[in-house]
Ligand binder design. Structure first.
Ligand code: ADP
Ligand code: MG
Length: 153
């Protein structure tokens, strides 16, 4: 596990952009944190880093948005609406097994259907500065340990 502190939305996006250089087909990134923590901001950076020249908006109502314009497809999910269940019927596994990078906001609501390996990125407000966030990287499985090591390198 690794933690870092950022002090602006731009810095959070920059971390997403760095991760974008390293992701591979089939990678799964979980973004966990409260409303306004910066999950979508991070995803915007990741999308930009993949070369996706689109305005990335949180798919709160559609649950998923797909972007095919970048180096890899990006599957951006926001499963907040599945707080009370229902993930089983949606076929999200097809995205996890797909050729793109899956990013899931509020992944705790679909804990039952998550694959065993992923990179969990926790974001939380920290300090007294409104723009400060603590970002924690928790890899599960060899692939994501390697990814975090590369990100540090
Ligand atoms: P979430 O998807 O977690 O609900 P958003 O990324 O949509 O959060 O919103 C985060 C809000 O917090 C944005 O208005 C953003 O400008 C602001 N913000 C302030 N500081 C940061 C930071 N360091 N990282 C990310 N967002 C920040
Ligand atoms: Mg969001």
């Amino acid at each position: 596990m690794q933690s870092m502190t950022v002090t602006s939305p731009a810095e959070t996006m920059q971390l997403g952009q760095q991760l974008a250089k390293l992701v591979q087909p089939g990678d799964l990134i979980l973004l966990d944190g409260d409303l306004g923590a910066g999950k979508t901001t991070f995803t915007k950076g990741l999308a930009a880093g993949l070369g996706i020249d689109r305005n990335v908006k949180s798919p709160t109502f559609t649950l998923i948005r797909e972007y095919q314009q970048g180096r890899l497809p990006l599957y951006h999910m926001d499963v907040y609406r599945l707080e009370d269940g229902g993930a089983e019927d949606l076929g999200l596994e097809e995205y996890f097994d797909g050729d793109g990078v899956s990013v899931v906001e509020w992944s705790q609501f679909i804990a039952d259907i998550l694959p065993s390996d992923y990179l969990r990125i926790g974001l939380s407000r920290s300090g007294t500065d409104d723009d400060q966030r603590t970002i924690t990287l928790t890899p599960k499985g060899a692939r994501y340990q390697q990814l975090v090591a590369q990100l540090e390198g």
